[in-house]
Design a protein around this ligand. Structure first.
Ligand SMILES: NC(=O)c1ccc[n+]([C@@H]2O[C@H](COP(=O)([O-])OP(=O)(O)OC[C@H]3O[C@@H](n4cnc5c(N)ncnc54)[C@H](O)[C@@H]3O)[C@@H](O)[C@H]2O)c1
Length: 427
C-alpha cells in the first residue's frame, strides 16, 4: 500500500495492530505519523453518536452533509431519543443503544472511527476520556466539563489524543468562522494597539420553556430521569448557563488575547426562574487578563430581556466587534480610529464574503472530517481543540464560582479545585 493511500483514520486504527505485531516479531519499526498521513478518495468516516438530542442532530446532519461521514451507531439515555435518531439517520437497530452506559457499546465497537459527543456536559469528561482510550477521533460539543476535576480529566485525555494524532474538534464554532479568523490574524499583528478593556455577553430571555411546559414531572419515573431530560436547569449537568452558553463569548476574548484569564470576581443571582432546578438566572463577572486587560462579562436568562450576544475588545488603534446571527452565521469586524473630520468610523477589517455565508457550524463539521481524513490544510490539517476548549470551560467555571462564593478566584485555585458537581439524589 502506498503511503498516500492511508488516511489518518486508518493510520490510527492500524497503529495498535502494527505495533503489537512488530513487538511480537521483535522487529521495531517506527513509522512517523507524518509519513503515512494522506488522502483516500472514498473514505467515509464511521461515526458513533452519543446524546441524540437537538444540537447533536444539527452536528450529525452537518457531518453527513460533507459526504465523507456517516452516523452508524447511536447511544442515548432515553429510548424515545434513540428511536427518533434511528429513523432520521437510518441506523441499524443492532447499533442503537439506550441507557446511561449506552456510550460504552459505541466505544468498544472497533468499526467506529470517530464519536460525536452531545450529551449534557456533566457526562462529557467520562465520555471524552473513554473515546480517546478507545482511539476514536472526537467531535465534542462545548462545554467540556462542569467542574475542575472534569476539566483536568479532559485535558489529560486531550494530550493522549495529540500523542496519537487523534483529531479533536470542540463545538466552539466561532473558531471556524472566516471573519473571526481574519480578525484574529490582524489582532495578533497588532491591529488593536494597546488593549485596555473587553466585554462579552450572552444576554437573552428564559429558554426551554416549551420543554418545561410539555412534560409533567409525574411522567418521569425517577428524579434522575427528570433531571436528565431537563438538564439545562441543574448545575451538575449543565454547569449553569454561564458555563453552558456564555462560554462561547468568554472563549472569544481569551482566543483574541492569546491567554486565559488570570482571575475573576463577580456577582449573580437566581431571582426569576425559581420553579425548576438550581441554576442562577444572571451573572456579571470581571476577568483580569495579562498586561492589565480587564474584561467584563454578562449573561442573563430572564424572560423579556433584550438580547445581546457579542464580544468587544477596545484598543488604542482599533475596536474588535462581533454580531450574532441565527444558524451560526454571525460576523466579526475591526473598526479603526475616527479621526477629526471623518463622518464615519473606518473599518480595518470587514467580512467581504456573501452575507450570511460564513457558516461556522458547517465549516466546523467539514474541518473535523477533513482532519480525520488528513485532507485539511494549514491550521486545519490536524485539529486538536482540547487545550482551548478546556481553558474556556474552566474560565467560565472560574467566573461562576467567583459569583457563587462572592470572592476573587485565581486561575490556579480554579484549576486545582477538587469540588465536583454530582447528582444529589431524589429531593
Ligand atoms: N455549539 C453550540 O452552539 C451549541 C448549541 C446548543 C447546544 N450545545 C451543546 O450541545 C450539548 C447538547 O445540548 P442539546 O441542546 O442538544 O441538548 P438535548 O437535551 O437536546 O440533547 C441531549 C441528549 O443527550 C441525551 N443524554 C443525556 N444524558 C445522557 C447520557 N448519560 N448518555 C447518553 N445520552 C444522554 C439526552 O437524552 C438528549 O437526547 C450540550 O453540551 C450543549 O451545551 C452547543
Amino acid at each position: 500500500m502506498k503511503n498516500q493511500d492511508v488516511s489518518r483514520r486508518d493510520f490510527v486504527k492500524n497503529t495498535a495492530a502494527v505495533t503489537a505485531a512488530t513487538i511480537a516479531g521483535s522487529t521495531f519499526t517506527i513509522v512517523k505519523a507524518e509519513s503515512v498521513r494522506g488522502t483516500k478518495a472514498n473514505s467515509t468516516v464511521q461515526i458513533g453518536w452519543v446524546g441524540n438530542g437537538g444540537q447533536g442532530t444539527r452536528d450529525a446532519e452537518l457531518l453527513e452533509q460533507t459526504g465523507k461521514a456517516k452516523i452508524v451507531a447511536l447511544a442515548d439515555y432515553f429510548q424515545y431519543r434513540v428511536d427518533k435518531a434511528k429513523e432520521k439517520f437510518k441506523v441499524d437497530d443492532k447499533k442503537s443503544y439506550r441507557g446511561i452506559d449506552a456510550y460504552k457499546a459505541i466505544m468498544s465497537d472497533s468499526s467506529i472511527d470517530a464519536v460525536l459527543l452531545t450529551t449534557p456536559p456533566g457526562f462529557r469528561p467520562d465520555h471524552f476520556r473513554s473515546a480517546i482510550a478507545a482511539k476514536k477521533h472526537v467531535f465534542a460539543e462545548k462545554p467540556l466539563a462542569v467542574d475542575a476535576p472534569g476539566c483536568r480529566m479532559v485535558a489529560e485525555a486531550g494530550e493522549k489524543a495529540a500523542a496519537q494524532k487523534l483529531s479533536v474538534v470542540v463545538g466552539l464554532q466561532r473558531h471556524y468562522s472566516k471573519a473571526y479568523r481574519a480578525c484574529k490574524k490582524l489582532i495578533d499583528e497588532g491591529a488593536l494597539g494597546i488593549v485596555g478593556l473587553a466585554h462579552s455577553a450572552w444576554d437573552q430571555g428564559d429558554l426551554w420553556q416549551n420543554r418545561r411546559a410539555k412534560y409533567d414531572k409525574a411522567k418521569w419515573p425517577t428524579q434522575m430521569d427528570w433531571e436528565v431530560e431537563h438538564w439545562y436547569y441543574f448545575k451538575w449537568l449543565s454547569g449553569d448557563h454561564i458555563v453552558e452558553q456564555n462560554i462561547h463569548n468568554i472563549d472569544v476574548i481569551s482566543w483574541m488575547m492569546n491567554s486565559h484569564p488570570l482571575k475573576a470576581a463577580g456577582f449573580g443571582a437566581r431571582t426569576a426562574r425559581t420553579e425548576i432546578g438550581d441554576i442562577w438566572d444572571h451573572f456579571a463577572i470581571t476577568y483580569e487578563y495579562p498586561k492589565g486587560v480587564v474584561s467584563s462579562n454578562t449573561c442573563i436568562q430572564i424572560d423579556g430581556t433584550m438580547g445581546d450576544v457579542s464580544e468587544t475588545i477596545r484598543g488604542s488603534k482599533g475596536t474588535f466587534t462581533t454580531s450574532n446571527a441565527k444558524g451560526g452565521a454571525g460576523t466579526a469586524s475591526i473598526l479603526g480610529k475616527r479621526e477629526r473630520g471623518m463622518t464615519e468610523t473606518p473599518y480595518i477589517y470587514k467580512y467581504d464574503g456573501a452575507q450570511g455565508r460564513d457558516l461556522h457550524y458547517d465549516q466546523e463539521a467539514a474541518t473535523f472530517v477533513a482532519s480525520v481524513l488528513g485532507t485539511g490544510e494549514g491550521e486545519d490539517k490536524y485539529r486538536n481543540d482540547t487545550k482551548y476548549g478546556v481553558e474556556s470551560t474552566l474560565s467560565a467555571i472560574m467566573g461562576r464560582d467567583a459569583a457563587y462564593k462572592g470572592r476573587v478566584i485565581t486561575w490556579d485555585e480554579a484549576w486545582n479545585s477538587k469540588e465536583k458537581l454530582a447528582f444529589k439524589g431524589a429531593a
